[in-house]
Design a protein around this ligand. Structure first.
Ligand code: HPA
Length: 278
């Protein structure tokens, strides 16, 4: 395939491959804002900072480290994407999904996405967790725009059940067993970086959104295009703008992530072996 982006992707994959030998991750875990400490669960075999891979932009968002951690969690071979690239940092959407595509080509079968979000439903408590049942990508470019990368997947991939129903059921069951504050709902991705206006929050709630954030849907699209199984859990760190009177602040988002982080880590460690076996 004569495509400069695809060539860059393959160059990134081979550079990472040189660093990790024949290590084969089964599950890729993308860590959202404030959820970086989930990486403490990884029994790390190899650390690969994005900045050391020629062609891969390094993450700049606060609360995001920008590196791959290869190792095991509860015995499952994983790669943690500790820090992601966001549209609001100015990256092209194709670069935003580059780490996702890299871990797909390194052999990951499942992508487990996490993020921080604001609630669109006044009844949802914060902080709490939302299993992502579906998404709405709004006002953001689609990562599959441009020439199709036929080696990765089809031109028009289906997005029905993009978030694997069997994994969703497992996540909800385990969340209930562990007594976690957990709901299921639709995640809306906007580009940010400004938070939503109260009018936008009302609109997003009316069109069926449960939570809003600035990531994830693009990565899901790229992963489904490649045939990876996808699941996602959103850490709802705050009420959407206008639902409470308090102005939104990124430090609050990071703090709420830290508050729920240890329980979220235990949850993830508990479900990973079962996700792998599904
Ligand atoms: N809006 C968008 N992104 C977010 C929010 C929010 O309220 N909270 C955490 N990430």
């Amino acid at each position: 395939m004569n495509n400069p982006y695809y060539d860059k992707l393959l160059r990134c994959v081979s550079q990472v491959r040189e660093r990790i030998g024949d290590f084969e991750p089964r599950i890729a875990l993308t860590l959202g804002s404030g959820l970086g400490p989930l990486a403490d669960m990884v029994d790390v075999a190899y650390t690969v900072p994005y900045g050391e891979i020629d062609g891969l932009p390094s993450s700049t968002a606060p609360g995001h480290q920008g590196r791959f951690l290869f190792g095991t969690i509860a015995g499952v071979p994983v790669v943690c994407l500790q820090g992601r690239l966001h549209l609001y940092e100015g990256w092209d959407v194709h670069d935003v999904v580059l780490p996702t595509r890299i871990v797909g080509l390194l052999g990951a079968k499942t992508l487990f996405l996490t993020n921080a979000s604001g609630s669109l439903d006044p009844a949802i408590e914060t902080p709490s967790l939302m299993v992502i049942s579906d998404h709405i990508l709004l006002g953001c470019p689609n990562p599959l725009a441009g020439p199709n990368l036929d080696a990765l997947g089809p031109r028009f991939p289906d997005m029905t059940n993009a978030y694997d129903p069997a994994i969703r059921a497992l996540l909800l069951r385990r969340g209930a067993e562990m007594g976690l504050p957990m709901t299921e709902g639709v995640y809306v991705q906007l580009s940010g970086p400004s938070y939503e206006t109260p009018a936008e929050v009302r609109f997003l709630g009316q069109i069926g959104g449960g939570a809003v954030g600035m990531s994830t849907a693009c990565e899901t699209i790229a992963a489904r295009h490649m045939g990876l199984r996808v699941c996602g859990v959103s850490c709802i760190t705050n009420k959407g703008a206008g639902i409470s009177d308090a102005p939104l602040d990124h430090s609050e988002v990071l703090e709420a992530g830290e508050l729920i982080g240890p329980r979220f880590s235990a949850f993830v460690a508990s479900v990973l072996p079962e996700i792998d076996a599904l």
